[in-house]
Design a protein around this ligand. Structure first.
Ligand code: F0G
Length: 422
């Protein structure tokens, strides 16, 4: 099949084997599939076992790769939870797509199986990323499985402990950079060029192809949009690679005529790290020349503590295509939404709950209507950031918890326990 790389802004094309991630005009490249030649139908995909996960959709994830060369940990095929409790909180019927159920506990694994497979195809020896924690955890694991050397740059002191522990445990060379994520990513791109390392951040178009499968699974699990499927897909947004991959997934199936209607995308950021939200607000539906960057992003959702999202042009294009929106939520709204998701028995990390908090806010402001069906993506596992979960329930965050469930101290006696349980 003919596969090319295409600039998201000027449309210039490059061969699939090109080493660039960025066009001469400065904007990012996307994988361009020849949809007339994919050789499978929606029914073919649907018939395949769901436990093939990401690779159930191989012809539309990486058609150039031999199946025997795929580096996989069985990622994808995550559960879609209906939840009355979360629906009541949001104000309309809400489903939760739990990407924390991937092998390293986040959606990054779906991209990494595709991206590391491409790294091996290219003969890379060392792979590298900058990360707020989940990308580094995922890359470290997949690199180890593929036998590649792995370097990860993380903002010093600003990533959740569970994620740091994964990068160390999986054997990555971990460098804690005295700077934020945006600075670390800029350095990664320079270092990679100088040392011929292969970059696996979301600037890498092959990685994002794997993340498209989240949306296709939602459509198979809920029903196709326009029929029983979602009216909205709501996703936490940091470097905005994921929401861009979702837009591409929807566009491709729409162009193939496999969905009659495009679900609307909502990209939700934290108030303290809201460059995409600001740019979208200022854009009036167009694509402005420059991003409204945030120099010192800050939020308890450390995964999305990002001020210069590299995929911003694509993201705005896909929001436009799907009649989507950008939203922002406070840390308090995020942590209260997380507490509701957690207490429903499902659980997620702080940044993930931006989707649920954002859906609630969009319903309150009338953008989402009561009765519409909402799929919120939970991007990471509840154990990724245990410190902030406990701090919330202990009331140690700078705002009061709406749904605290603090542990009780008791003497070691039956009387004391009975008193505690009254
Ligand atoms: N949710 C979680 C749990 C994440 O780890 C990330 C990104 C996002 C949402 C945002 O996704 O960047 O595609 O908009 N984490 C990256 C990392 C930046 O390094 O792990 P995005």
């Amino acid at each position: 099949m003919n596969v090319e790389l295409k600039c998201c802004k000027c449309g210039k094309t490059y061969p699939a084997a090109a080493t660039e991630f960025t066009c001469a005009c400065g904007h990012l490249l996307e994988v361009q599939l020849d949809l007339s030649a994919i050789g499978v139908s929606k029914a073919d995909f649907e018939k395949r076992p769901a436990d093939l996960g990401v690779w159930r959709f191989r012809e539309m994830v990486h058609p150039l790769v031999e199946p025997s060369n795929i580096v996989t940990r069985g990622e994808g095929n995550t559960f879609l939870y209906p939840s009355e409790r979360v629906s009541a909180f949001v104000g309309t019927r809400t489903w939760l797509k739990h990407e924390g159920e991937n092998p390293t506990g986040s959606f990054k694994d779906r991209g990494m199986t595709a991206g590391i497979t491409e790294a091996v195809r290219r003969g890379a020896k060392t792979v590298i990323c900058a990360s707020t924690g989940n990308t580094s955890a995922s890359l470290a694991s997949y690199a180890a499985i593929a036998g590649l050397r792995c370097v990860v740059l993380m903002p010093d002191g600003k990533i959740a402990f569970g994620k740091l522990s994964q990068a160390l445990a999986y054997g990555a060379k971990a460098i804690q950079v005295k700077g934020n994520f945006d600075q670390a990513l800029a350095l990664v791109r320079q270092l990679a060029e100088a040392k011929n390392y292969y970059v696996l951040n979301s600037v890498n178009p092959w990685r994002l192809e794997g993340q498209k499968t989240i949306v296709w699974e939602i459509l198979f699990q809920m029903g196709l949009a326009g029929q029983d499927g979602p009216d909205w897909i709501v996703v936490p947004a940091g470097n905005v690679g994921n929401v861009s991959a979702f837009g591409k997934a929807l566009k491709e199936w729409y162009e193939l005529g496999w969905i009659e209607k495009l679900p609307r995308l909502a990209a939700v950021q934290a108030e303290g790290a809201n460059p995409l939200y600001r740019t979208w607000k200022a854009s009036a539906g167009g694509i402005p020349d420059a991003l409204e960057a945030v120099e010192n992003p800050d939020t308890i959702g450390s995964a999305i503590r990002i001020g210069k999202p590299v995929n911003w042009v694509k993201c705005l294009q896909y929001l436009k295509l799907t009649n989507g929106v950008a939203e922002q939520v406070s840390d308090q709204q995020m942590m209260d939404a997380k507490a509701v998701v957690d207490a429903a028995g499902i659980g997620c990390e702080p940044a993930s709950a931006a989707s649920v908090a954002g859906a609630r806010k969009l319903l309150e402001s009338g953008v989402i209507s009561r009765g519409e069906k909402v799929a919120c993506v939970l991007t990471g596992h509840v154990l990724k950031d245990a410190d902030n979960t406990v701090n919330y329930h202990l009331g140690k965050l700078p705002y009061p918890p709406a749904f605290a469930n603090a542990p009780i101290q008791a003497e070691a006696s039956l009387d004391a326990l009975e008193a505690a349980l009254k």
